[in-house]
Design a binder for this molecule. Structure first.
Ligand code: FES
Length: 135
């Protein structure tokens, strides 16, 4: 099974072969710690440096490219705008500011976004995903 390695938090999440998964959704579902704020490509809080596996990522769309600017050439992606179909390793600056997910606004946004399912991506049932911590 392909695996996303969230290097900064040491979390690994595997998903079924043939699926395409959104990096922020995977992080939120499995406590991988990617900071975020808007989940819509606007704030840039969830920027990730792609260490490995760039070839498995979805093509970058205009909104993401405009938001990242020169960081695109340095190998960054926005996790909320990026899908992977294969092995990928990502990391981020632990000091990046993100939304407090325990706040009322954070809980509401998270629930709304996770429940949306209208972004054209395949959904992956939680039973099909394996999460491991770094050893
Ligand atoms: S969470 Fe704001 S751009 Fe992705």
């Amino acid at each position: 099974m392909p695996e996303v390695f969230f290097e900064t938090s040491g979390r690994r999440v595997s998903f079924p072969e043939g699926e395409e998964v959104n990096l922020l959704r995977l992080s939120l579902r499995h406590g991988c710690g990617v900071p975020w704020r808007c989940a819509s490509g606007n704030c840039g809080t969830d920027r990730l440096f792609v260490v490995d596996g760039r070839e498995h990522l979805s093509p970058m769309r205009r909104r993401e490219r405009e938001r990242l600017g020169e960081l695109v050439e340095q190998g960054y992606r926005l996790s909320c705008q990026t899908y992977t179909s294969g092995n990928v390793t990502v990391r981020w600056d632990p000091d990046q500011k993100g939304l407090d997910e325990d706040s009322v606004a954070g809980q509401r946004l998270k629930a709304r976004w996770l429940g949306a399912g209208d972004d054209g991506a395949s959904s992956v049932a939680d039973d099909d995903v394996v999460v491991t911590d770094k050893v």
